[in-house]
Write a protein that binds this ligand. Structure first.
Ligand code: 3PG
Length: 347
C-alpha cells in the first residue's frame, strides 16, 4: 500500500477524504472540533508539499441536500488550524466544483460540500465516484472513521486514482495493531455505550485478546453468554427497570482490574454519560486509567465527547477518530476502506 510520502504531490490535485463528521450544537456551530484537529495536519502537509488539496468529507446522515449539515460551518476552524484560506464549493461534484478546482494554485486548499448530499456516496455508486475522479489526480484516505463504510469516496474512488493511506489513518492502525498483536499485559478492555447488540458481539471478540473485559450493564444484558474472563457489571444505578450507570460495587471491581493493567482499551461510556446523574462510573474509571502512565486507547463518539468535556481526553495515549470503524477493525473485520487502498490504481 502506498504512503503519502511515496507520492509526488507538487502541482497535483490531491483528493483527501478527511474525517470531518463533527458534532454541531443547536446553533449549527461546532460543538467538538476533535476530528477536524486530527484531520488538519495531513491537509497542511500536502499543502506545504505544493499539492492543490481538494478536501472532502461527510457530516451527519442527510437525505439529500440539508443546509444544517453543510460542511461550510467547518471552514473558519479549518482555516485557523491550517493558518491559510480555505475556499469552499457548494457542491462536491459537477461543473462548479470542476471549474473551482481548475483555478487552484499549488498549495491551495479547497473544501467540498458534504459528500452525502448525493445519494451516490452511501450507495457506493461508481458513476458518482467517476464524477469525483474528475476533480483529482491523486487520492489520499485519511478518514479512518468511515473505513468500515463501502461508500463511493471510500471504496470506489481509490480504485480509480493512484491512492494512499493518510498519516492519521495509518497512525490509527498502528496503535490498534499494537494492542491487538502485542499489548503490554495485563490488557484490560472496557465496553459500554449504546448499540448494545454490536457491543456485546464485540466484547466476546475482545475476550479472545484481552486478559479481562469489563462490561457495562446494558451491554451485559445483550450478551447471550458471558466468557469467563468477562467481568460484567453486578450492580447499577436503577431508574425503573433500567440501569443507567454502573453501581458502586461494580465501579470498585472495575477500578481494581484497571489498576493492574498496563494496557487499557475503552469503547463506550459505562452509563448515560450525556446526563450528569449517570456520569460517576465513567468518570471514576477514566481517573483510574489515568492514575499512572499506561497505554490507553479510547474511541467512539460518546466516550470521546464525554472525556473531552471533562478535560481528560487528551491525557489518553491515543484517541481514535473512529467509532464503528475501530470496533470493526479490532473485531478482525476486513474494512472496505483498507481493501480499496490495497486495490488502488497502480497500487
Ligand atoms: C462516525 O461518526 O462513526 C463516522 O463518521 C461514520 O459515520 P456514519 O456512522 O454515519 O457512517
Amino acid at each position: 500500500m502506498n504512503e503519502v510520502s511515496d507520492m509526488e504531490v507538487r502541482g497535483k490535485r490531491v483528493f483527501v477524504r478527511s474525517s470531518l463528521n463533527v458534532a454541531l450544537n443547536e446553533e449549527g456551530k461546532i460543538a467538538d472540533d476533535f476530528r477536524i484537529r486530527m484531520s488538519a495536519p495531513t491537509i497542511r502537509e500536502l499543502s506545504e508539499g505544493g499539492a492543490r488539496v481538494v478536501v472532502a468529507g461527510h457530516l451527519g446522515r442527510p437525505e439529500g441536500r440539508d443546509e444544517k449539515l453543510s460542511l461550510k460551518a467547518l471552514v473558519p476552524r479549518l482555516e485557523e488550524l491550517l493558518g491559510q484560506d480555505v475556499s469552499f464549493v457548494s457542491d462536491c461534484v459537477g461543473a462548479e466544483a470542476e471549474k473551482a478546482v481548475s483555478e487552484m494554485s499549488d498549495g491551495d486548499v479547497m473544501l467540498l460540500e458534504n459528500l452525502r448530499f448525493h445519494k451516490g456516496e452511501v450507495e457506493n455508486d461508481p458513476v458518482f465516484a467517476q464524477q469525483l475522479e474528475r476533480l483529482a489526480d491523486l487520492y489520499v484516505n485519511d478518514a479512518f472513521d468511515v473505513a468500515h463504510r463501502a461508500h463511493a469516496s471510500v471504496f470506489q474512488l481509490p480504485k480509480l486514482l493512484l491512492s494512499s493511506m493518510g498519516p492519521q489513518f495509518a497512525e490509527e492502525l498502528k496503535v490498534l495493531d499494537r494492542i491487538l498483536q502485542h499489548p503490554d499485559r495485563p490488557f484490560v478492555a472496557v465496553v459500554g455505550g449504546s448499540k448494545v447488540e454490536s457491543k456485546a458481539r464485540f466484547a466476546v471478540k475482545l475476550a479472545e485478546k484481552a486478559d479481562v473485559v469489563l462490561v457495562a450493564n446494558l451491554v451485559r444484558d445483550a450478551m447471550p453468554e458471558i466468557p469467563s474472563n468477562v467481568l460484567a457489571a453486578s450492580d447499577g444505578v436503577r431508574v425503573g427497570e433500567r440501569e443507567l450507570d454502573i453501581g458502586p460495587e461494580t465501579t470498585a471491581r472495575f477500578i481494581e482490574e484497571i489498576r493492574k493493567a498496563r494496557t487499557v482499551f475503552w469503547s463506550g461510556p459505562l452509563g448515560m454519560a450525556e446526563e450528569e446523574a449517570y456520569q460517576a462510573g465513567s468518570l471514576a474509571v477514566a481517573k483510574a486509567i489515568l492514575e499512572i502512565p499506561r497505554f490507553s486507547v479510547i474511541g467512539g463518539g460518546d466516550i470521546t465527547a464525554f472525556l473531552g468535556l471533562m478535560g481528560l481526553r487528551e491525557k489518553f495515549t491515543h484517541v481514535s477518530t473512529g467509532g464503528g470503524a475501530m470496533l470493526a477493525y479490532v473485531a478482525g473485520e476486513k474494512l472496505p476502506g483498507i481493501i480499496a487502498l490495497e486495490h488502488s490504481y497502480h497500487g
